[in-house]
Design a binder for this molecule. Structure first.
Ligand code: SF4
Length: 295
């Protein structure tokens, strides 16, 4: 909560300074000058972007992938399943999946209908079952049953695109990667780091703002912020620790009390998405599928 308190202070400082900029009396119209806002220089943009990253590191020192996994194969499959659904739903589905098919060899020979039934809660379960069967067979046949550690190999697997490959590279192989999902794209556009909509272009622009060593954790922090505070429809600007650095401040709720009520997961005192979060996660773990309050 320290970070939120700090954010609230910063937000009020911003408001005060904005008020302070208003002239006490309006100048006569002849003397009024219309000063065009200057575009942000490249250097200023890089500085602001890196400052946002540093602030987010303080707010979410425990940022991590929000999919439960024990090994590269589990993370790969879980990431494929996370398309068009929440990480929570995937985390509630994968315990039964990996208990029944722990290795690529096991999953490659699964009966499609049985696999579909397990994957049903994640939506698009027929297509996902096909991808999971295909990628398991490809791992078995082409990579000795191991998840490859190169982007160009990962993207040859059925159902695996650049985003999934970067998740695996960054989180199990220590290869820096920027993961552009819906949260990441929305936030970096709100911060005016880029106007690009295409995830591959967004990734390229953001990669130029940060050294590679920062890419993986930056991705986690931005997604954490998008899920907890800077929501798609109603961002909680009044409770946002990086409000002074954000050109879109005011797009959401600015009243601190109302904004506080919009916060999700550990910031709002609610359970997180992982059933088995890392030990430093300050929130509560999610409930298994079917448990009261799960969903
Ligand atoms: S839009 Fe609002 S919630 Fe999102 S980063 Fe900017 S100030 Fe924070």
């Amino acid at each position: 909560m320290r970070a939120q308190g700090k954010g609230a202070e910063r937000v009020s400082a911003k408001r005060d300074s904005a008020v302070g900029e208003q002239p006490a009396t309006r100048p006569p119209s002849a003397a009024r000058t219309t000063k065009k806002p200057q575009p942000e220089s490249r250097v200023a943009l890089v500085r602001r972007a890196r400052r946002i990253n540093r602030e987010l590191a303080e707010v979410y020192p425990y940022a991590h992938p929000e999919l439960d996994f024990e090994n590269p194969f589990e993370l790969l499959v879980a990431t494929v399943l996370s398309a068009q659904t929440t990480d929570l739903r995937v985390n509630q589905t994968t315990p039964a999946l990996f208990a029944k098919y722990p290795t690529p060899e096991d999953m490659a020979v699964a009966v499609p209908e049985e696999l579909e039934e397990i994957l049903r809660p994640t939506g698009f379960f027929r297509a996902k079952a096909k991808s999971v069967l295909g990628l398991s067979a490809a791992l078995r046949d082409n990579f000795g049953g191991e998840v490859p550690s190169r982007l160009e190999d990962l993207v040859t697997l059925p159902g695996v695109g650049r985003k999934t490959a970067n998740v695996v590279l960054g989180n199990v192989f220590g290869v820096p990667g920027i993961t552009v999902d819906t949260h990441f794209g929305r936030l970096v556009r709100r911060w005016k780091w880029t106007d690009e909509e295409d995830p591959v272009k967004v990734e390229a622009v953001v990669a130029e703002l940060f050294p590679p060593k920062d890419w993986t954790m930056l991705s986690h922090r931005v997604v954490f912020h998008g899920r907890r505070i800077c929501h798609s429809r109603k961002p909680a600007c009044g409770a946002c620790p990086i409000a002074p650095l954000c050109p879109s401040y005011g797009e959401g709720e600015t009243d601190p009390e109302k904004a506080q009520k919009l916060l999700k997961y550990e910031k709002g005192g609610h359970p997180g998405q992982r059933l088995k979060p890392p030990p430093d996660y300050p929130g509560k773990p999610a409930s298994p599928l079917g448990a009261q309050g799960a969903g």
